[in-house]
Design a protein around this ligand. Sequence first.
Ligand SMILES: C[S@@+](CC[C@H](N)C(=O)[O-])C[C@H]1O[C@@H](n2cnc3c(N)ncnc32)[C@H](O)[C@@H]1O
Length: 239
Amino acid sequence: MLREKLINWARVLADCPLVSRVLEGIDLHSDNRMRERGMLAQAFEFKMINDVPGDYFEFGLWRGKTFIYAHRLSQRYGCKGMKLWGFDSFAGLPKIDDARDNIWSTGEFACSDAELRKLLRRSGVPEKHYELVPGYYEDSLNEALHARLSGAHAAIVYIDCDLYSSTRQVMSFLKRYLVNGSIVCFDDFYCYKGSPDQGEQRALREFLVENRDITFVPWSDYAPLGKAFIVRTSRSENE
Ligand SMILES: C[S@@+](CC[C@H](N)C(=O)[O-])C[C@H]1O[C@@H](n2cnc3c(N)ncnc32)[C@H](O)[C@@H]1O
């Protein structure tokens, strides 16, 4: 009887606009619901438990939401010395070259390098903890960058660059930084109603056909469209 009364009160309360806003906010930012932040929390915990070596790589930064989450989590999980690498054009999405990517538009998500640095500073992310690599991937993910990253590993990778073509470029750049236990999160894996022939899903499928010595073990789906994988590769020296 009392239990039913309590449930009814909870329902009435949850219908109140202010309370439902607060609940929505908690839900959105909770690590329990598998949204971006919850997924990243799992990834950092996985890295810590398994002692996976390496840095955090994020492709597609916009205004830094997930980059800031990653920084907070790197502090929470005591990843001392872990560098956060951010790769973006700082001019938004490039020219869209695949007609099937028509849910996006060229220039969408533009945020300058200076504006992003300001947002990071305001969120308490010290400059010494991160490196930003500017430019469209077809130009910026080059040999000079490989030289700069020499010896680095990618423990956690967040791919949020939306387009098939961008994800293809990222995957082919990324492969030499992957180790056993790298976590790779695709923010838009189930875009296009989950079609395997479009976007990030298509880019990953093609990458795996071309790189038979790398396996992506499906790990976790997260809301609303993301999927994360654990990497296994015979190229890596770690077990
Ligand atoms: C959806 S936004 C990223 C959102 C961000 N992770 C967040 O948490 O809010 C996509 C980003 O990918 C970047 N991007 C996509 N394709 C790119 C490319 N080929 N070269 C450089 N940046 C690219 C865009 O500039 C944009 O900032």
